[in-house]
Design a binder for this molecule. Structure first.
Ligand code: ZN
Length: 332
């Protein structure tokens, strides 16, 4: 077993070295925007199709660069604990910081040995990836503009304003400044490659089961969604043709916020109370009707005499005779 553990630790050393190399030239801020793009405009849809809460780990192969564990900063980002805007805590060592930027710098300085996840034992671990490298493909800049306009972005932005002059003929492609058609084509190809790596068809299986077909159908649907949401907008504009779709044009199911979760819980509880209350009410009323329709003779006359006239009093009377003192009721 010494040999096995040595090879595991060697493999982890290599993996860590690889992750450190990727992280060294990767922007944390841009990676965060890319992460936000995916979790705002894509994963909620994939989760719904695959019927899971975490399609980003459960429904994609390790070779997918969007796999949650591929993000080289995932562990660091998860270790950031925001108490409020001026109070950030490092969950790895417990130190507190007055801004996210200081905490980022601290992680960079102190915790570059803690880039890997604990589960790094098995072989099917995604290759460490710089999410920021996919920012052009994922239209990070458009998303960042939206976040900034909603006031949801603090601190330095990851993008400098476009410095290149705008094209003289025709409007510039939305938000990306002026880039060549060749660059647009390159982004489209990179986008398609990601879609294929993550949600490519599995039609090469030798044995076809009904389940495989079902999974293929889901993967195809998500593949098509990804292409429409992110890739189709990477098309060269030209005055004679109709413009390509805008990024993020497809709606996704909205992930529930904490407040929405509480509202849903309260509404759910209220519904249950109302339903149970109604059921109870009808149970009591039916019992009453049954009891009064059994004896048409003396019994009824006696009961009617004792019976209050107003509705509210009737309910009180029902509750008294049927619910709280059922034994006494049996006497007559
Ligand atoms: Zn720390």
């Amino acid at each position: 077993m010494v040999g096995a553990s040595t090879s595991t630790s060697t493999r982890n050393d290599l993996r860590l070295a690889n992750a450190q190399t990727v992280a060294a030239s990767c922007s944390r801020a841009k990676s965060r925007i890319a992460h936000s793009v995916l979790y705002t405009h894509f994963w909620p849809y994939a989760n719904a199709v695959f019927q899971t809460q975490n399609a980003s780990t459960a429904a994609v192969p390790a070779s997918c660069p969007l796999h949650a564990y591929a993000n080289v900063f995932r562990r660091h980002e998860n270790a950031k604990h925001k108490l409020n805007i001026h109070n950030w805590k490092c969950d790895i060592c417990g130190k507190a910081f007055s801004s996210e930027a200081y905490l980022d710098a601290h992680l960079e300085r102190r915790h570059m040995h803690q880039l890997l996840h604990e589960h790094s034992e098995d072989d099917d671990v995604p290759t460490p990836t710089c999410l920021a490298d996919h920012c052009d493909v994922l239209h990070c800049q458009v998303h960042e503009h939206t976040l900034a306009s909603q006031g949801k972005l603090q601190g330095p932005t990851s993008y400098a304003p476009p410095t290149r002059p705008r094209s003289a003929h025709g409007p510039p492609t939305a938000h990306v400044g002026t880039i060549s058609c060749r660059e647009v084509g390159r982004r489209y190809q990179q986008c398609e490659a990601i879609a294929n790596a993550c949600f490519g068809s599995h039609h090469n299986h030798h044995h076809h089961h009904a389940d495989d077909d079902d999974d293929d159908g889901k993967a195809d649907a998500v593949h098509n969604f990804f292409m429409a949401q992110f890739c189709a907008p990477h098309a060269c504009t030209d005055a004679s043709r109709k413009p390509p779709p805008k990024p993020f044009s497809l709606p996704v199911p909205r992930p529930l916020t904490a407040a929405a979760r509480v509202r849903r819980f309260l509404f759910g509880s209220l519904s249950v109370i109302v339903v149970v209350g109604l059921a109870y009410y009808y149970y009591v009323m039916l019992g009453h009707v049954a009891a009064t329709s059994v004896g048409r003779g003396d019994l009824k006359r006696v009961r009617d005499a004792r019976r209050p006239k107003s509705r509210l009093n009737e309910l009180m009377w029902l509750a008294k005779t049927k619910l709280f003192f059922p034994k006494r009721h049996k006497v007559y």
